[in-house]
Design a protein around this ligand. Structure first.
Ligand code: UDX
Length: 446
């Protein structure tokens, strides 16, 4: 089929490349000249496993093209996917729909007769119905659940497909688009517009709630001497609870969860429904960043002023160069404001971090960041940080003190190598014999 994808951000660029991979002819539209130039040259505009390879292959074969012209996109496509962003509004917690509205307006004006316009962006419930009433074209809503770092895999083999449609024809067209995916046995939910829009916001709210739940348990563990990692493990054996999304740490960030829960609570309130618990989910999440800063101060004897702090991680999560609402950079910037001498290292997100936080110090490797550090903060769980050798790391730093903000490091090894080691949600000192740790040195004497 001939498809267009309007907007080539994380969602759009991935969707366009994956639709070409499924065998469709695809035109991607973006108005950003720099992004278009990269895509036309067959390059992925951001780091995402497998994406660069798909874009290079399908731009070379001609199955995937890019344009800035709505006229060209409109003349080409049978189905148009709108994948533009819905950021948080500057003046409020609700979603800013300006890009969605102008994209629908423009493509509706140029679309051929019988074309289907499909929204994929995350929007407040009620948006699809409003757009359908405003434009004389057929509309469907098909939310996207891709995770950064797994965007290609999640698009080609999703957990489920959700189609919000008003007509059998729209359903038929979308079933054709996703024919290969459906043939592989992917579950399909065909529903109305409102439900389709809600699936996305409800899923993200549930995931955020799970993370904040375990982070609230981490607070209780810190206050009571419990260990949140063992607690999460034991909870996870209950199939009704499940193991996923129970990793306690410095909390969630990124371009989706934080803004989506705020927008959802805001939209629900407009509809007269109080989702106040989502504000608590947000508050618990932000408190985890404060906790890392408190531990950093404690480790430095009360103040970080003048202390050399190595921050391992800048991306909001591993396998991504995305720094949007990144807990790691938020903590790094706040310590810098407190007078610490901060050096950040991340395997992929250095360019983005430097642009957004030009005043922080940056290192070209984890080793370089560690050299001379008086405190190390582990804030993004890249595998290479987990594999750091605590003995070699101890030889690089000035003082062996580390806060594991992701609960991913092996406390026993780090303590055995002589480190003062603290993890969020774990006891300050493990109970005797629990993990064979040696008594950690007091930070004040270090
Ligand atoms: C999320 C949803 O998972 C995805 O379905 C939706 O389409 C977009 O939003 P993404 O933002 O890419 O995807 O990242 P995700 O893997 O969900 O992680 C979100 C944040 O939660 C990250 O900052 C991550 O570090 C954090 N997290 C995740 C935890 O702190 N603990 C966990 O157990 C899991």
């Amino acid at each position: 089929m001939r498809l267009t994808v309007i907007g080539t951000g994380y969602l759009g660029a991935t969707h366009a490349a994956c639709m070409a991979e499924l065998g469709h002819e695809v035109v991607g539209l973006d108005t950003d000249a720099g992004r278009l130039a990269a895509l036309r040259a067959g390059r992925a505009p951001f780091h995402e496993p497998r994406l660069a390879e798909l874009i290079a292959r399908h731009t070379a074969s001609g199955r995937l093209r890019f344009t800035a012209s709505y006229e060209e996109a409109g003349a080409f496509g049978q189905v148009h996917f709108v994948c533009v962003g819905t950021p948080q509004r500057r003046d409020a917690e609700g979603a800013d729909l300006a890009y969605v509205e102008s994209a629908f307006e423009a493509i509706a004006r140029h679309a051929r007769k019988g074309a289907l316009l499909v929204g994929k962006s995350t929007v407040p419930v009620g948006t699809a119905a409003r757009l359908a009433d405003a434009h004389r074209v057929e509309i469907a809503w098909n939310p996207e659940f891709l995770r950064e770092g797994f965007a290609v895999a999640d698009t080609l083999a999703p957990d489920r497909l959700v189609l919000g449609v008003r007509t059998a024809r729209a359903e038929r067209l979308l079933r054709r688009v996703y024919g290969t995916v459906l043939a592989a046995g992917t579950p399909l939910v065909v529903t109305d517009f409102a439900t389709a829009e809600l699936v996305k916001t409800a899923a993200n709210s549930f995931l955020a709630t799970k993370i904040s739940f375990i982070n609230a348990m981490a607070e209780v563990c810190e206050a009571s001497g419990g260990d949140v990692r063992r607690l999460a493990e034991a909870l996870g054996y209950d199939e009704r609870i499940g193991r996923a999304f129970l990793r306690a740490g410095v909390g969630f960030g990124g371009g989706c969860l934080p803004k989506d829960i705020r927008a959802f609570a805001h939209r629900a309130a407009e509809l007269g429904v109080d989702l106040g618990f989502l504000r608590e989910v947000d508050a618990i999440n932000m408190r985890r960043r404060d906790r890392v800063i408190a531990l950093a101060r404690e480790a430095c004897g009360g103040s970080v002023l003048g202390a050399r702090v190595a921050v391992l991680g800048a991306a909001f999560k591993p396998d991504s160069d995305d720094i949007r609402d990144s807990p790691a950079l938020n903590v790094a910037a706040r310590l810098d404001l407190d007078g610490a001498d901060v050096t950040v290292y991340d395997p992929e997100a250095m360019d983005n971090a430097r642009k957004a936080f030009p005043l922080l110090g940056y290192a070209l490797s984890a080793e370089e960041a560690l050299r001379g550090a008086e405190l190390v903060l582990h804030l993004t769980e890249w595998p290479q940080f987990r594999e750091l050798d605590p003995w070699r790391a101890a030889a690089l730093v000035r003082r062996p003190r580390i806060v594991d903000g992701r609960g991913a490091l092996d406390a026993r090894r780090w303590r055995a190598a002589g480190w003062w080691f603290r993890a969020l949600g774990s006891p300050a000192q493990p109970p005797p014999g629990a993990d064979g740790a040696t008594t950690p040195p007091d930070p004040a004497d270090a």
